[in-house]
Design a protein around this ligand. Structure first.
Ligand SMILES: [Zn+2]
Length: 302
């Protein structure tokens, strides 16, 4: 039996990822009896606006080409919010959310407006952040019947006002940074008092195309890291692992099962952590560059 624990976060960013990627990933998990945590974007799909980052953000074009994003996300997605209107992602998704929960998965909140959070969070004033969080929590509650317990930050970006708004909304935990393991975050000098469970592993789009990694051998790269004893938190995307990278994700799940890796949902990890809150470290959150990702992310201070 392996001494590894793996929590899988499924980030859902787009309308297409919600329609096609979520059921595909759920199927891959369900046939193997693996539980996971899904974080949903519910407001307008303005992914097309991200295309404009090509012109003013270093590294974005290289990443788009390396990960073949137009193929992964579909051309329509890349035009939403520009020449095509932005569809509301969460509209009519009650059944999808309830099916996820009935299958034993956790459903949490990813964003109201994913692109807005990604592009503007660090420039938003507290009232704007609060409105963004409130709209997301309200939309989630309408779909699921209850408010979310967990929140995964788009692009791993968090601010003190955002963490305060999330805490005020009654969230049990957030997963907003990259880091080593669960901790109490100190953001912009403030201890926010909301449990943070960071993503510990890189994402597929960050490592694809580097060091000879392709969709055919990506699962070996991740399995090797997951088999290091301890807790690992892996973020996958409905738009990637639920579409072009589904075969690699399936092989990774099989590899983990073969080696006896224990799967946990983030809400269960949070429950364990909160039984003994003083055992967790207090860590500062800093903005850092991550290899393969355009723009800085919030990171547990090393
Ligand atoms: Zn996302």
């Amino acid at each position: 039996m392996s001494e590894s624990k793996l929590a899988i976060k499924v980030d859902v960013d787009t309308w297409l990822g919600t329609r096609d990627g979520v059921p595909r990933i759920r199927h891959l998990l369900d046939v193997r009896g693996v539980p996971a945590s899904f974080y949903l974007s519910l407001g307008p799909d303005r992914s097309g606006r991200a295309v404009w980052r090509i012109f003013h953000r270093r590294g974005f074009l290289a990443k788009m080409l390396r990960t073949r994003a137009p193929g992964a996300y579909g051309l329509r997605t890349l035009l939403y919010g520009t020449v095509l209107p932005a569809p509301l992602i969460g509209r009519g998704r009650e059944l999808m959310v309830r099916r996820l929960m009935r299958a034993g998965h956790e459903a949490g909140l990813h964003a109201w407006d994913h692109v807005d959070w990604h592009d503007r969070l660090w420039r938003m004033n507290p009232a704007e952040v609060r409105a963004e969080v409130d709209r997301g929590v309200e939309a989630f509650s309408c779909l699921a019947g209850d408010p979310p317990s967990g929140f995964a930050a788009p692009a791993w970006r968090i601010s003190a006002p955002a963490a305060q708004a999330l805490k005020a909304s009654g969230l049990t935990y957030m997963s907003a940074t990259r880091g080593r393991g669960p901790y109490w975050p100190v953001i912009e000098g403030q201890a926010v008092g909301l449990l943070e469970i960071p993503t510990t592993l890189p994402t597929a789009d960050e490592v694809l195309g580097r060091e000879g990694l392709t969709p055919d051998n990506l699962d070996d790269f991740f399995l090797e890291r997951i088999l290091d004893p301890g807790l690992h938190v892996l973020t996958v995307h409905a738009e990637m692992e639920g579409r072009a990278l589904a075969p690699a994700f399936a092989r990774l799940l099989d590899g983990c099962l073969k080696h006896g890796v224990t799967f946990v949902r983030l809400i269960d990890l949070a429950g364990e952590c909160l039984k003994n809150p003083s055992a967790l470290p207090l860590s500062e959150v800093v903005a850092l560059d991550v290899p393969g990702r355009a723009g800085r992310v919030s990171h547990q201070k090393t």
